[in-house]
Design a protein around this ligand. Sequence first.
Ligand code: CP3
Length: 349
Amino acid sequence: MPQTDTQSKTILRSLAGETLPVPPIWMMRQAGRYLPEYKATRAQAGDFLSLCYNPELATEVTLQPIRRYGFDAAILFADILLVPQALGADLWFVTGEGPRLSTVTTQADFDRLRPVGNIHETLNPIYQTVRNLAGELPRETTLIGFAGAPWTVATYMIAGQGTKDQGPAHLLRTQDNALFEKLLDLITKATIEYMSAQIDAGAEVMKIFDSWAGSLPGDAFEKYALAPAREITQELKKRHPGIPIIGFPREAGDKYIGFAKATGVDCVALDNSVSADWAAKHVQVDGCVQGNLASTHMVTGGQALVDETRQIVKAFSKGPHIFNLGHGITPDADPDNVQRMIDTVREGE
Ligand code: CP3
């Protein structure tokens, strides 16, 4: 494994709280269907899950956007739904529709899941991908590993698919709260083991994706978004002192305020429903932020892309900032617009 050179890794500097003249940049879903080279490798692998579990090809697609654009970070190619699969849920992807899973809504369903200690059997190929990447990435590129947050993962396990309003998960949360909390706890423990193994394999930063955090009202946000993020963060930092962690409680709105302090994460990733000026004032005061250009600009391009990118860079220029989109890039995006965003962020260099 090459020596980690913290000084040359701009993302690690931002995460440590440094304000850099030009923010480092990477992009959610940077390895994805908007890239022809991704589509080619994906076709070679067969389906999406076969690609995730093929260390050689998963390494290749992770490296593709680094070669093409020179992003400051690579994110492990995998999916948040591999953890439920490792816990024994059936998982498959329906083309054009999204993920499907066997559901967990009763005690009997829960009892069929595997113990946390058994997840590595399924997830070993993912750790191999991390080891490959740690050896192959350029010295200046940071390797980010990730997992889904327990609430977001639970919404898929309970509904058996993606849902607009996370209705089935909210129903279980209110109608059989004991079972819901047992499930959340199991996912939390599995997530800690999964992330810890990624760090052992060479991942340098962890990101917790809580895509549906915004649907949790009031106290429920504290209990099911904030508390699990805190538990995961505290345990990872205990086992791996100094490991930087990015939290992404998507669409948390004003609940972004204080999230870093309450959980111990080093950086809060912002979706584009909050303005950069607002977030600079209320969230960046506590440390590093990541975000938050609307991913639609990667489809539409033009002067609006340049103006909005400049505005975000400027708004966050007085504190630590990692430039990113507010959510993942979509398959209909134009790869040239990605280059334009990067050039705009780096134009001051
Ligand atoms: O950011 C990255 O490039 C790293 C890899 C990554 C993927 N998914 C690859 C992927 C990460 C970090 C994720 C996270 C993820 N996966 C989330 C949380 C972030 C978010 O987007 O809100 C969620 C909710 C999932 C579950 C998931 N995976 C869904 C709902 C879908 C289907 C939607 C779609 O785009 O088809 C996926 C599939 C998926 N995960 C793809 C990729 C590149 C597309 C697969 C393909 O057909 O090639």
